[in-house]
Design a protein around this ligand. Sequence first.
Ligand SMILES: [Zn+2]
Length: 294
Amino acid sequence: MESKFSALRWALEMTQFWKLALPDKRFPVDVEAIATEVSRARFPKDPLKGIEGGNLPGFEGALYPLGNPRDGWGIIYNNAGVAPGRKRFTIAHEFGHYLAHRHTLPPEGVKCDSKAIIRRDGAGIEKEADEFAAYLLMPYDDFKQHIPPSKKPSIDDLIACADRYGVSLIAATLRWLEYTERRAVFVVSRDGGALWAKSSEPAFKSGRFLRTAKETYMLPDAALAARDEFDSQGRATAIHPPGVWFPEETEEMTIRSKTYDLSLTLLFLPREFRYAAVIQSDLMDTFERMTSRS
Ligand SMILES: [Zn+2]
């Protein structure tokens, strides 16, 4: 019953397969070749028959059945105005659905939107397919050799990893955020409003996150991402005093993505979390809000 493996179990198996097949050239992972070869060898009656790009309205990728009765599957990914890095992650995500979920999908297959694939913010099988893709394309053991969990990476370090794994800067940054020991917050914004944000676990646990789910979070006026003042490489860095982003000193590194008209911002908080001082300052903020309302 190997098709009942979990998505992560499949990712482990695919990684072993790839290591053995091409030990000297592991990265970037050629996900199209793996998907095609593995499905034909392991599931010859139900293989992946095609992987194609297209202009997809409102979604990033899909896995859909072919033939009646079904004799295979197709993957389609969005390639309209999309940088090459995104394509690899989308195909890996759909390959994850094929391996782990194809027996339980509805008759029309599955369509996956940008919230699930680009933000990695889906639930259930979407989350599983994302974990499969991240594990296959950016294994922790390799990633941690390039950016150790205790290291504060530069934007260039993260760009180097994105290039190594052939994924987008957003995908590489989200992967690093999953294991870093640093308190860091990643913010994706446009025109001074945060579209979404994600905190590393140490940042989240210390109360450092942005609420972007229900309404647009307007960036602080002093935020570089809101000021549109970048150097010739489209970058800006600053150390902000307490009270700009959070009630403690915050280092901001922002880079403009012209392809998507987005600003990508990494916020680093001090390594030592001065709990008492921060709680005191938060209490004062709350107190001031309450008294100013009355
Ligand atoms: Zn999906």
